[in-house]
Design a protein around this ligand. Sequence first.
Ligand code: FES
Length: 132
Amino acid sequence: MLYDARTPVDMAFKAELPEWLSNPGMSTTLTVDVASPGWEHKVGLIPNVLKELRPSPENAIPVTCGPPIMIKFTLQALQEIGFEDKQIYTTLEKRMKCGVGICGRCNIGTSYVCVDGPVYCNSRLKALPGEL
Ligand code: FES
């Protein structure tokens, strides 16, 4: 897991973080955009930290969620590392308004995120108009 927040104070899952960090069956890296005194983890945006860590694409499925701009650059970083489109999944619920297929605000081409998603494989995303 690679988890980012703007600052250490903004981190969610504070109660779970110690267990995730100490779990030998789980690799967890925390990063923030802006550190504060006492921060002992990484400082940097997800795409940059991801390129630094360079996780192996072998037998892996990356799933991204977060702000659209972060997702956009994280998808690019994953491809630079060697992940194939069919391996990469992302969420697009930020585009949704009504959430039930009525308002038409979430469409990307002919795909309605609220009905057809909100999780998309990158190979499916690339078949849609480049509106992300
Ligand atoms: S959110 Fe309204 S149609 Fe998808």
